[in-house]
Design a protein. Sequence first.
Length: 86
Amino acid sequence: MGLAGEFDGFNQTGGAQYDKYAIDEHKAGSITFAAALSGQPLAGWVTATLVGNKIFVFQYGADQNPFATNLPIAENMLNSIKILDD
């Protein structure tokens, strides 16, 4: 069984955002969600952008309790990403 098959109670916790984040100055869409994986409560944040014909995705997930505390660290990491040309 794949990882997706083990998720229970997946819920998007906020509306999709399209103006808050960017990946290397490229507008990015993002969502936050709550889920349980094998009974463990988790929270996650996924941000993605399209550059040319490539999709770049940044993901952060954690137990629900430290998720909000550590989200600013993940946001700083997102802001440090530089997309290099081929």
